[in-house]
Structures are given as C-alpha cells and as structure tokens.
Write a protein that binds this ligand. Structure first.
Ligand code: PEP
Ligand code: MG
Length: 894
C-alpha cells in the first residue's frame, strides 16, 4: 500500500521530491537531534492524487489519524483538547521554495472552548490565547474559506485605531476576545458558514486548502517565472505549534548563516519579540537585527549560533533558518539552502572552495550563467548629480530608474505601454507579484531583508530597496513624501540602488558593472573582491569545459569586445548589415541591373567595401576562426517599402517629375514581393539565382585573407552558406568558391587556408546531413530557423501573438525560440551531429542561433557533442561558465 504520510523522524534532506523542501529539511534536522517540534509530512504524492482525482485519496485520512495519534502521544496532549490543547501548524512545502506563494494555517486546534484551556495552561494569559485564536480565524478565513485577507486586516486596523494605537501589542485580552467575535461574524457573513469548532475538521480542511493553493493564479505565475514544473504538487507539514507570541521572553526570527545579499560571513537575520512567524515575513512590524538577540536572550542566541554553524557545515552552504523562542526555549521551524543574490552566490561559492569545504567543480556548479548575467548589469554613476531622498535596506542589488507607481495593476499597465516603472508600496504581499514582475525595481517603506518584497525580488533578480521608513507612503493619494519634504507623485521618475539601499529623485546616470569593466580590460576593477571571485570561478570553468565559445559579431568593434570577453572566435558574422546604410544604393543597382554587365558593375562596386569589412574583422580575431555567412535575407529587404515608393511616385507624377528610377524600383518591389519571405528567395537560393553575388562575397573574404596573410597575420576564415536544404545547393556554391580561391591565390601569389561549410537550419538538411557533410567541412546549427521551420512558427510573429496562451496552457514552459526544444528540435540537432560525423569524422560542429547563449540549451549542446556554441558578445562569459558547469556536472555523474 502507498504511504502518504511520514513522520519527521522518517525522512531526510534528499527526499525533496516526496516530502517537499521544508519537510525533507525538517526531517534532516530532526535526524541531527536539533530541537524541531514533532510533526509529520503529507507527501507530494497525496497532493498529486488529490489534484488529479478532485478528492482525498483513499487511505489518507486513516494515515493522518495514525500519525496524529502518535504525535498526541509524544506530546501528551490531544488536538484541540478543551483543557490543554495540542495545536498544530499546517504549512505548504513544495520541492522548490515558492516564498509566500502558498498557504499556511497556524494554531489549528483552537476553538471557543480550547482557547480557554490554552489560556489556563499559559498561566492565565488570556491575551496570548485570544491572540492565537484570532490568528487562526484570520488565516483559516482567508486560506481555507477564501475570504479576502484585507477584510480581516481592516477589522484589526479599525480596532487599533479605536484604541489609538499602531501596534497590535497594545491590544488587551478583551480587545482580542472582541476581535475573535468580529472575525467569526465576518467568516459567517462572507463564507456563509460558521468557523468549524471541530479540531479535526479544521485540520482536514486546512490540508486540502494547502493542496488547492498549488493551483492559485499567483502560484502558477511564480512557477512560470521560475520555470518550476506545474505537476510537482506540494507536501503539507503538520507540526506541533510552539509560540513566539507568549510574552517578552518569546519571539520569532529568520537567520542566515551568511549575508544573502553580499555573501559575507557574520550574523545576519531579523528578530521580532513576542510575535509569530508570519509577522516577520509580512514585514508588519519592524524587526531588530538578529545580533540584538544576544542581549535579549543570550542562551537562546548562543544555541542558535551553534546550530547555524552546524547546519552550514552539514549542508556545506549558506542556510536560511526560521526559528522561534518560546519562553526561552529555542525551536527550529525550518531550514534550507538559502536563496541569495548573484553577488552572494559567487562570493560564497568562491569562499567555500577557498576554505576547502567544497571543490572548485562544485563551486562552479553553485553559480549560474543567469547570476553572472546579473552581475554584468549596470549600476549608478557615483560622480553624477544625485538628489538623495532616502535610504532603505539593500534588499536586491542593481540600479533601477523608472516612473513611480503605487499598485500592481498600474505597474502592469504602464510597463505594457513601454514605461520603466518602480513599484512603491508600504509592504508587498503575494498579490503584488504581477506588479513586481512588470517593474524594473521595487521600493517599500516597511519590512526587513526577509520581507516578502525582499525575498521575491532577490529570487527574480529585480532591484529592490525595502524598509525605507523615512518615506511616508500614501497609496490612496498616489504619492510619497521623503524626510526632506520632497513629494514624489505617481508618474515621477526616481532611481533606486538595490546594492546600497539609496533612493534618488529623478533619473541617475547608470554605468557598466565592475565585472564588465574587468572583462573589458580595466585593471583596477580586477582588485575588487567580487571580481576576483568571478574571475577565479571563470578560470576554473574554462579549465574544465570541453565546449568552445564563440561570438556572433558583425563588426570589428563587436569582435574586439567579444575577444576580451573570452570568445574563441566568431561563430556567425552576418553580412547583411554590410548592405545597409549608404550601401543601399549599390544594392539597388544590383537589383535593378538589366543585364549581366550591369550586374557585374554593381557587384564590382560592392567588392572593395566588403573586403574592407572582412579585413577589420579578421584582424580583430587574428589567430582565431571567423565564420562568415554569405548573404541570407531576401533582397527586397534592402529596397524601400512599397507604399512609401507608391507615394513617392504619386508626388513625382503630380509635379510631372516622375523618375524612371522610381518606376523601376516600384516594379522591382512588386516583382520581388513574396507572401512568405521566410520561405522564399533567401539564403543559398540567392547565391544560386543571382549569379556572382556569393562569389563576390567569397572573393572579398579571400582577398582580405590573402592581404592579412601577406601582412604576417593569421586569418582563419570559414565561409558559411545559409539555408541549405539539398547537398546539390552546397556543391554548386562550393565549386564556385573553390574556383574564386584559385583565382585569388594566383592573383596574389598567396596560399589560402579556409573552410567551406553550411548552416543546418532546415529539417530537410538534417535528414540529408550525411550527404551535405560530403562537401561541408563544418555545420553550424541555425536553431532560430530550425525552430521556426520545425514547429512551423513564424519567428517574427508568434512570440508577440499567441505564445502567452501556449505558456498559460503549459504547452511549453518557455518559448522554444528562447530555450531549445530539446525533445523536438534538439533531436534534429542530435541526428545531424551523428549522421554528419559518420559521413565526415572531422566535421566541425557549432551552433549560432540565439540558443547558443541560453544556459539550458548550452548543456544540451555539450551533451550532443557540438564543438562550440556561439552567442552575442555579452553572453560569452555566461556561455563559458555554463559550458564549465556542464562539463563539471558530466564528470560528477560519470
Ligand atoms: C538561425 O537561423 O539560427 C541563424 C543563426 O540565422 P538567422 O537568425 O540570421 O536567420
Ligand atoms: Mg537562419
């Protein structure tokens, strides 16, 4: 029989699939003998079965009874007993942490009778008992019965206002008893039922509510954002309650074994006296720094620090911890390997490897390309004019400039219109997720570094400043006032610095990151501690990776930058931009040519310009391969728009000055018009249909090569033919190129060394890859077109039209143009790799579609055995790191 329920003493940290992250780690801490309140976990299997069947799976209720009875025996109390009730918390806990996205219900087991028993066993502390009861009603009402949470919050605020206080600690036992009645009335009014007095019914309903919370809109949005699969389900942890709200000797807090913002060692976290856990995360009251606990309760503080040290060495990583002190007794409520900023990730991985706690393979595996990309974000220019209007906590690094908005719908709406926005709130709640996704930055006036805003922003890599309590935020009026009297209204621009916590009025100038400056050769930047950590890990990634990294670069400037960023050549030099600007006229001559002679003249005019282009790029990449792709787009892309020409002609005709050239251009545009240009006269087809076009380009490349060779350089061109579907297409073009090469060798007296190869970007090319390999010396996978042609998705249209529906419906978790569809398109890549290499064992293989810079795709390309990936210059460091991680992961599992 399947087991659905596991005691905390039964599992361990490797069982996150079954027990969820929280359950697995509670079990691990229990096993380590740490003070975890006893409890049990209902597995993700149970959740999945419930979500699939729409009802509790058979046997679950009985198993819960068995484990609850054992828990009651262990604690010597019964759930909801009128005299001395056992109370439990019911918490969600999925495999991957989803902070604040799913539900928690605390104090389950309280009712109108047991609340008095609780007060009696708490030494007559009625205030504590009724405070616990009203929290249960509040959480149960919103989570289980689906009542708007603000209805309860408003009633609490109204009561505080009546008592003339801002702090819930000022409310008396009588106040709270009254609040309990108000909450019960609100529950009846809004849900049409009474709050259940039966403790077991409370428990069962709370469990189902946690299961259901897996499918709330906000949880689904979070998963999509974080690319967490939709079908994992959540576990539910039932844990005996311990109380942080039982007076001054109690409290609750969050701790980190290192600073999650910077990665530095020290005592980091927040503590809140006389409170339950949700008060800290909700940022309702301002917390004190964890270090202050030493003064408040030295014994608990010392024990906590000892446990933190043990957890860090056990997990060999930064851990974050939730704990409660109940009348001087420390309880561990949760731990996990903590989320961290990109900066902290690099510092921590580097320092753990330096300390010998992990090796450098693991250190490289602990950081990601996405984190490196974040460190390459710009920051504010400290020399520029700045008007500081406040400072908060540096919750999530980066520099964000945008127009202030005060609510999420407005953030979403303005962002959709193309505005950069900063979402300003007092505190954020999970309902603000859509606004946080849309905003460039988030600013709150309340709450610490562990508040919802901070945790979620860090996870998303959004710049965030929180707890800026010098700002008076008036959401209703749509403005905030700084301590110096500056008033910022909705739509005004501000700048927030998530690295320092500073807030500036107006737009502050932004500068490149130190990491980028270092890559670009700025020696001073190399002294920075973070830059040193990045460099060290990058060096290790480079030393272990098998996969080469090249850049897509079309100009000498881009090629130079790419080389500084570590590119080992150019994987794609698109030649089409070389036909734009003031060269358009020459291209027009080519298109309008009426005979072979006019065509030759037009091509001859383009030749020296192209030669110059290639000389610059071959020089910038001297000694490294440079893959130059011959012209790919349809020629009409270089002509004026049809309507524009028609208008021009009409005006000319009105003045009786119509030009033959305009007539000819219009006729050419008509002639060249295609209903489906992506499937039309482009790529190798141009080379075949327009005699001399590809040979002109090949001549320009080879003349530039001869000139560089003669000048003592080491040019390594690779001539690439695009959009080949049939081996004959490549054979024809290759023969022409070889003939041109022979001519150039003879004319210049220089021996040329170069390769001729093709892009594989059509499904047919994959099917006949062995035949194509007979004449191709290399393949470069054009996964943009290969994705387009395999799915039949127009790459220029679909992402903006219906992809959001496809993503919503879970047809794919991420656009296949962004991350390679490894099950479909990826299989084509794998097949062409195999058959191509069978036909030509020394075939050189790379990828130059956008996927070449995407972390997940890079791992796939490594697995299928490509020689290199090619991506934009700024992605080159990311690709180097991911290629190193891929190699490390491969060797670890081998
Ligand atoms: C591709 O199709 O993947 C490719 C690199 O070529 P382009 O994007 O220029 O069509
Ligand atoms: Mg292409």
């Amino acid at each position: 029989m399947t087991s659905y329920v596991y005691d905390f003493s039964q599992g361990g940290m490797d069982q996150k699939d079954l027990l969820g992250g929280k359950g697995a780690n509670l079990a691990e801490m229990t096993g380590l003998g740490m003070p975890v309140p006893p409890g049990f976990t209902i597995s993700t299997d149970a959740c999945r079965a419930y979500l699939a069947e729409g009802q509790q799976p058979d046997g679950l209720a009985e198993e819960v009874t068995t484990h609850l009875t054992a828990l009651e025996q262990a604690r010597g109390k019964r759930l909801g007993d009128p005299d001395d009730p056992l109370l439990v918390s019911v918490r969600s806990g999925a495999k991957f942490s989803m902070p604040g996205m799913m539900e928690t219900v605390l104090n389950v087991g309280l009712n109108d009778v047991s609340v008095q028993g609780l007060a009696r066993v708490a030494g007559g502390d009625e205030r504590f008992a009724y405070d616990s009861y009203r929290r249960l009603l509040q959480m149960f009402g919103s989570t289980v019965l689906g009542i708007e949470a603000s209805i309860f919050a408003d009633a609490l605020d109204a009561l505080k206002a009546e008592r003339g206080s801002e702090d819930d600690l000022d409310l008396t036992a009588d106040d709270l008893r009254g609040l309990v009645r108000t909450y019960q009335d609100l529950i009846r009014e809004h849900s049409g039922r009474d709050f259940p007095q039966d403790p077991r019914e409370q428990l069962d309903l709370a469990v189902l509510a946690v299961f259901d919370s897996w499918n709330t809109e906000r949880a689904a949005l979070y998963r999509r954002q974080e690319q967490i699969p939709d079908d994992l389900g959540t576990a539910v942890n039932i844990c005996s309650m311990v109380f942080g709200n039982g007076g001054e000797g109690s409290g609750t807090g969050v701790a980190f074994t290192r600073d999650p913002a910077t990665g530095r060692q020290g005592v980091y976290g927040d503590y809140l006296v006389n409170a339950q856990g949700e008060d800290v995360v909700a940022g309702i009251r301002n917390t004190v720094p964890l270090a202050d606990l030493e003064q408040i309760d030295k014994a608990a503080y010392d024990e906590l620090l000892a446990i933190m040290a043990r957890l860090e060495s056990h997990y060999r990583d930064l851990c974050d911890i939730e704990f409660t002190v109940e009348q001087g007794k420390l309880w561990m409520l949760q731990t996990r390997v903590g989320k961290r900023t990109a900066e902290a990730a690099f510092r921590i991985a580097h320092s753990l490897a330096d300390e010998g706690i992990i090796d450098f393979d693991e250190a490289v595996d602990r950081v990601t390309g996405a984190q490196l990309a974040q460190l390459m974000f710009p920051r504010f220019d400290t020399d520029s004019e700045r008007h500081l209007i406040g400072t908060g906590m540096n919750a999530s690094p980066g520099a964000a400039v945008g127009k202030v908005v005060f609510d999420s719908p407005t953030a979403v709406e303005r962002a959709a219109r193309g505005d950069d926005v900063i979402l300003v709130r007092r505190t954020t709640t999970p309902d603000d997720l859509s606004g946080m996704v849309a905003a460039k930055g988030i600013l709150t006036s309340r709450g610490g570094k562990t508040s919802h805003a901070a945790v979620v922003a860090r996870g998303m890599g959004r710049t965030c400043v929180c707890g800026a309590d010098g700002l008076d935020v008036d959401i209703a009026a749509g403005r905030f006032t700084a301590a110096d009297g500056t008033v910022i209204a909705e739509g005004d621009t501000i700048s927030i610095d998530g690295t320092t916590g500073e807030i500036f009025a107006g737009a502050v100038e932004v500068v490149d990151s130190l990491v980028v400056r270092h890559f670009e050769g700025d020696e001073a930047a190399g002294d920075d501690e973070l830059v040193r950590a990045v460099t060290r890990l990058m060096d290790h990634a480079d030393s272990v990776r098998r996969l080469g990294v090249r850049a897509n670069a079309d100009t000498p400037e881009d090629a130079t930058r790419a080389r500084r960023f570590g590119a080992q050549g150019i994987g794609l030099c698109r030649t089409e931009h070389m036909f734009l600007g003031d060269r358009r006229e020459l291209v027009e001559h080519l298109i309008l040519a009426e005979d072979a002679e006019q065509q030759r003249v037009a091509l001859d005019a383009l030749l020296p310009l192209q030669r110059e282009d290639f000389t610059g790029i071959l020089e910038a990449m001297d000694g490294l391969p440079v893959t130059i792709r011959l012209l790919d787009p349809p020629l009409h892309e270089f002509l004026p728009d049809y309507t524009e020409l028609a208008v021009r002609l009409a005006i000319e005709q009105e003045h009786g000055e119509d030009q033959p050239r305009t007539h000819r251009l219009l006729a050419a545009v008509k002639r060249l018009h295609e209903e489906n240009p992506m499937l039309g006269l482009r790529g190798v087809r141009l080379g075949i249909v327009i005699p001399g076009l590809f040979t002109m380009q090949a001549r320009a490349i080879l003349e530039a090569t001869a000139a560089r060779t003669a000048a003592g350089g080491d040019p390594r061109p690779e001539i690439m033919i695009p959009l080949v579907a049939a081996p004959q297409e490549l054979e024809l073009m290759k023969a022409e190129i070889i003939a041109v090469a022979a001519e150039v060798e003879q004319e210049t007296g220089t021996k040329l060394s170069f390769l001729v190869g093709t892009m594989i970007e059509l499904p047919r090319a994959v099917m006949v890859a062995d035949q194509i390999a007979a004449s191709a010396e290399f393949f470069s996978f054009g996964t943009n077109d290969l994705t387009q042609m395999t799915w039949g998705f127009s790459r220029d249209d679909v992402e903006a039209s219906f992809f959001s529906t496809y993503l919503d419906k879970g047809i794919f978790a991420v656009s296949p143009f962004e991350s390679l569809d490894t099950e479909g398109v990826g299989q084509l890549v794998a097949q062409a790799v195999r058959t191509g290499r069978e036909a030509r064992p020394d075939l050189h293989l790379g990828v130059c579609g956008e996927h070449g810079g995407d972390p997940a795709s890079i791992h796939f390309f490594d697995e299928v055995g490509l020689d290199y990936v090619s991506c934009s210059p700024y992605r080159v460091p990311v690709a180097r790191l991911e290629a190193g991680r891929s190699a490390g992961a491969g060797s670890a599992s081998a």
